[in-house]
Design a protein around this ligand. Structure first.
Ligand SMILES: [Cu+2]
Length: 595
């Protein structure tokens, strides 16, 4: 069975890459909008400076990220979107429980906005907290190129958040740059479909070298959103304590001091930092193997008055979530209403029957150029060479090259499907690794043992970049399977009613061609609480719209269904969604309430 393939939004042979003559990407504006206000949001190309290189990217209103919208809980604004970008677009307002027809899902809630076209959204903000907006067509390209922005919803309730001196709203992101250029995209299909496109240049608040300032004695509140295609961040400020105060949709059940916060694509965290001494602090991303600097905070000798040092020590509790906690045991004990398996199917061209002839043609100069037909490289005109005929001499694990077998099978270390060694057009260049090192990115080499792999169920880096690059939506099939009745249902056909609470079990199966973590996202039909991960009750509740399901993990969530319409569920790794890891479900109005 074929997965649903999104319609081709463009017939161009390549996306434009020339930045000349384009306006330089600006810093995001902070726009405070009152109930009933109208905002014009232009999608268009910008020139972005990255070190010595200038690259063509996309921005909302000329900046990367787009403007930060600051609004009041319970208000409504009008956003008039004008598309001057490269392809059809929509805007999805991530995490907002708004009216279904403004959810921005192409062909389901609205027609795509063509290049040169416009669309008017009415955006509602029922919940306090940190949200964001991004396109819902070819996110693997458009979001990677800079189309994302934050929304800060100010709570109606006074004292909802603990006091802070400074709000810093930051997106964390990465961009894949090779030889001074953004690594190419195909307009007709999504590449890097296996693991998603990992970047080697980090953009924090859109800046490769972000510098922030504060006064000593301040409590700095960091509002953090992961806008990367696939990278999971583990954020820390070494030398200080982080106080976790909020998550995807509002505050946490109980504030707590943490070493770091793990943020999967599209997740948010709100953390407070007390900067009590003058000097320099760094926001860093820590993987099990290394750390990456993301931003510098310079703390001046000027002292904030009054000091928040004492208030910072207080750990407050949220009564609305304490009330949820009281019902948790019953939900933990209940059987799931729905069971969803997360699986991958990966085609291996070389595993086709012998005699089928060469299966892939690749440019020896440009290994990313591959075709299933003989032809010429569109970049250099060179004849595409057939990769070796499928004489499957050895099967190896792309994650663990020491695992070699003369039979097809799975890697005993990580469960990944072994790939026939001859099927992989050998990359000519080692410049990927070199480029990464140059940018302080990849640790280089492949002998990282368990650290990069699945020891903690997160793939922190792309350890199979040459294979990953070649995987497309045609060869990589990411799937959700409805296993509620044990066997696979033919299709996911979910119907809920407003007012219902539904227990969903998400099973990230190891028996899959490429077991990997997935950030599972539900659109604005409601919001959910994580009940348990691998049977361990969630220690600190917070309303969420995205949950990271680590490799092999089983996560139970309690979905509070509150909004009628046709809504999407999908993996928030852009390339996984493009490769089929999505479905839509219906929520009916509450009949009893309607009569
Ligand atoms: Cu995924």
């Amino acid at each position: 069975m074929r997965h649903h393939t999104p319609p081709d939004p463009t017939s161009a042979e390549s996306f434009p890459t020339d930045p000349s003559g384009l306006p330089e990407a600006g810093r995001p504006q902070l726009l405070e909008l009152a109930d009933g206000d109208t905002l014009e949001l232009h999608v268009g190309p910008v020139a972005k400076q990255l070190g010595d290189a200038t690259v063509r990217m996309l921005g909302y209103n000329g900046s990367i990220p787009g403007p930060t919208l600051k609004v009041q809980q319970g208000s409504e604004i009008v956003v008039h979107v004008i598309n001057q970008g490269d392809l059809d677009t929509t805007v999805h307002w991530h995490g907002l429980r708004l009216e279904n027809r403004y959810d921005g899902v192409p062909h389901e809630t609205q027609a795509p906005i063509p290049v040169g076209g416009e669309f008017t959204y009415r955006i509602q903000f029922p919940d306090a907290g940190l949200y964001w907006y991004h396109p819902h067509i070819r996110e693997d390209y458009t979001q990677e190129l800079g189309l994302y922005g934050n929304i800060l919803v100010e709570p109606s309730e006074p004292g909802y958040w603990p006091p802070a001196d400074r709000d810093v709203v930051l997106t964390v992101d990465d961009l894949l740059v090779e030889e001074g250029r953004i690594a190419p995209f195909s307009p007709s299909e999504t590449t890097y479909a296996a693991m998603g496109r990992f970047g080697n240049v980090f953009l924090t608040g859109g800046d490769p070298d972000l510098r922030l300032e504060a006064r000593s004695g301040e409590v700095v509140r960091l509002w953090l959103t992961n806008t990367a295609n696939t990278r999971v961040f583990n954020l820390a400020v070494p030398g200080t304590r982080l106080k976790l105060v909020g998550g995807d949709s509002g505050r946490v059940e109980h504030e707590e001091f943490v070493e770091s916060v793990v943020l999967a694509p599209s997740e948010r965290a709100v953390v407070d930092v007390l900067v009590d001494q003058p000097g320099e602090l760094a926001l860093e991303h820590h993987t099990p193997d290394r750390s990456y600097p993301l931003a510098t905070i310079t703390v001046s000798g000027e002292r904030a008055a009054p000091s928040r040092a004492q208030e910072f020590e207080q750990l407050r509790r949220a009564p609305e979530l304490a009330a949820e906690r009281e019902q948790l045991d019953a939900w933990l004990a209940a059987a799931p209403d729905k069971v969803l398996a997360l699986v991958a199917q990966m085609d291996d061209p070389a595993a086709m029957p012998a005699g089928a002839g060469p299966v892939t043609y690749a440019c020896p100069m440009h290994p990313e150029v591959t075709s299933d037909q003989p032809g010429r490289c569109p970049k250099c005109g060179m004849k595409l060479l057939a990769t070796q005929a499928p004489v499957a001499t050895a099967y190896v694990c792309p994650m663990h090259p020491e695992v070699v077998s003369d039979q097809p099978g799975r890697c005993p270390k990580c469960g990944m499907k072994l790939l026939a060694a001859v099927s992989v057009p050998k990359p000519a260049a080692t410049h990927d690794v070199a480029a990464m090192d140059e940018h302080g990115g990849h640790a280089g080499g492949h002998d990282h043992g368990e650290g990069h792999g699945t020891a903690d169920g997160i793939e922190w880096e792309d350890d199979m970049v040459e294979v990953n690059r070649l995987t497309t939506t045609a060869t990589m099939h990411w799937k959700f399977l409805d296993r509620t009745s044990g066997a696979d249902s033919p299709a996911i056909d979910w119907h809920f009613t407003v007012g219902e609470r539904v227990k969903l079990r998400l099973v990230n199966e190891m028996d899959s061609d490429h077991p990997m973590h997935h950030p599972f996202h539900l659109h604005g039909a409601g919001r959910f609480l994580v009940l348990s991960r691998d049977g361990v009750p969630e220690p600190n509740l917070v309303w969420k719209d995205t949950v990271l399901v680590r490799t092999g993990q089983v996560v139970d969530i309690l979905f509070d269904v509150s909004n009628p319409g046709l809504w999407m569920a999908h993996c928030h790794i852009a390339e996984h969604m493009q490769s089929g890891m999505m479905f839509s479900f219906n929520v009916a109005r509450d009949q009893a309430a309607a009569t």
